[in-house]
Design a protein around this ligand. Structure first.
Ligand SMILES: Cc1cc2nc3c(=O)[nH]c(=O)nc-3n(C[C@H](O)[C@H](O)[C@H](O)COP(=O)(O)O)c2cc1C
Length: 188
């Protein structure tokens, strides 16, 4: 179980930097992962970063587009440890909350829920509407973890990179993967 790959899905919310950081840490730990891109994520990547898809993709076991619904990770029979959507848009949150398997991200997330595997959703939206809050409630009841892209300050971040590392580290904590991505809190 511990060495099974994780699915890293990147949706079109702001903050692909968080996904980039997670991918880099997983890669440096030699931890296997699959990557899924939505179409919107590819657009946001161009607007917000100077990375290329290839920068992230070359570190993955395999990469899929949102329309690749016949990929192995669309099936519960394919062994994975769980999945993180990072960053998670409110649209993707809504699809998953309502079981609408419109693309590979929603389908793979639905598989994690039905197989009782870990599903972490790094939602990036503010402020939050009632539909978003309701969708988070439904997903929490269904066993997913809502892990908002909401960096803390107790680790005294000095750079944006420190803030990406904090969120990536919180995701790794969920999977009990050891890392040095951020300093844990200690009483001063
Ligand atoms: C530059 C940019 C930033 C965006 N940021 C967010 C965001 O932070 N949160 C969000 O829910 N949607 C955001 N959106 C809108 C989503 O990209 C849009 O709803 C899209 O349909 C989501 O599709 P996906 O979930 O399939 O990736 C953003 C769009 C653009 C172009």
């Amino acid at each position: 179980m511990e060495n099974l790959p994780i699915i890293v899905a990147i949706s079109g919310a702001s903050g692909i930097q968080y996904a980039n950081k997670l991918v880099n840490i997983l890669s440096s730990l030699n931890y296997p992962f699959y990557l899924i891109w939505t179409k919107a994520a590819k657009k946001v990547l161009k607007y917000e970063t100077n990375y290329s898809f290839e920068d992230l993709e070359k570190k993955a076991l395999d990469t899929f587009e949102e329309q690749d619904i016949s990929s192995p990770i669309a099936s519960g029979s394919h062994p994975v440890r769980g999945m993180v959507v990072i960053p998670c848009s409110s649209k993707t949150l809504g699809l998953i909350a309502h079981g609408i398997d419109l693309n590979l991200v929603a389908r793979a997330a639905a598989v994690q829920l039905k197989e009782k595997r870990k599903l972490i959703l790094v939602l990036r939206e503010t402020p939050l509407s009632l539909p978003i809050i309701e969708n988070m409630r439904i997903l929490t009841l269904a066993g997913a973890t809502i892990l908002p892209a909401s960096p803390g300050f107790y680790h005294e971040p000095q750079t944006l990179d420190d803030m990406y590392s904090f969120i990536a580290g919180k995701v790794l904590d969920q999977f009990a993967i050891k890392h040095n991505s951020y300093k844990k809190w200690k009483t001063p």
